[in-house]
Design a binder for this molecule. Structure first.
Ligand code: NI
Length: 227
């Protein structure tokens, strides 16, 4: 971590507040003006993960921007899809996430594909509105529950709202993995980890066993289909 010197690319650094967060990515590349850090991640059992996080009073405050930059750095380093501030010991209602196109189902049209995907997004003081009662199960992992995966039911379709770093409202409809990652991250703000959402803890398994498990299930399905 280096800090202190004014940066030649100060223009890029000042762009961090832009809505699409491309500027955050640019800031990540600029190591002179903003000190960045890979933060320690709290693990299941630490009290910060089970308390209700507090609303952010001013989303445009420099401390919040610095927190988000460090969260992005930490999430990228850990190869995560999302991160909530309590996971880095900051009990505030801030989450970041992304839902890459590779996670969307194949063969869907462009409009639906939009609901399934999200570029790197910051949500401050987020709220979730469920659309309908449909639920779907999917495997989840969590940087605070390392080494494990669980099969978790989530609402299939939601609308989420929250504030960006510029204080402007962000509102999106989300489906599938996109809806899942937002529900997972927002649960962190209410002190909830994914095992608490599981209906059957028999589906809480080691990461190394997920592939074997999915292959075994596919085999069973084939056997049923053949019977
Ligand atoms: Ni998590």
């Amino acid at each position: 971590m280096r800090a202190g010197k004014p940066c030649k690319s100060g223009f890029l650094c000042r762009g961090v507040g832009s809505r699409d967060l491309a500027a955050v990515a640019e800031t990540r590349a600029c190591r002179h003006i903003l000190p960045m850090a890979i933060l320690k991640i709290a693990r299941m059992g630490h009290p910060v993960l089970s308390r209700v996080a507090l609303p952010v009073a001013d989303p445009t405050a420099p401390e919040i921007r610095a927190l988000v930059v460090n969260m992005v750095e930490t999430m990228m380093d850990a190869n995560g899809a999302g991160l909530a501030a309590p996971q880095v010991y900051v009990p505030l209602r801030v989450v970041i996430f992304q839902a890459p196109p590779e996670r969307a189902p194949e063969g869907i049209d462009e409009e639906e594909s939009y609901d399934h995907t999200a570029a790197l997004t910051v949500l401050i003081n987020p709220e979730i509105e469920r659309l309908g009662d449909a639920m779907e199960e999917g495997w989840e992992g969590c940087l605070s529950v390392p080494g494990l995966r669980g099969l978790v039911p989530r609402h299939s379709e939601i609308i989420y709202r929250g504030l960006g770093l510029d204080g402007q409202m962000v509102e999106r409809r989300a489906k599938g993995f996109h809806a899942r990652v937002v529900q997972h991250e927002c649960d962190h703000l209410d002190g909830m980890l994914y095992p608490q959402r599981m209906s059957d803890l028999g589906n809480l398994i080691f990461e190394s066993e997920v592939r074997a498990r999915i292959e075994a299930e596919a085999e069973t399905e084939e056997q049923v289909a053949d019977a």
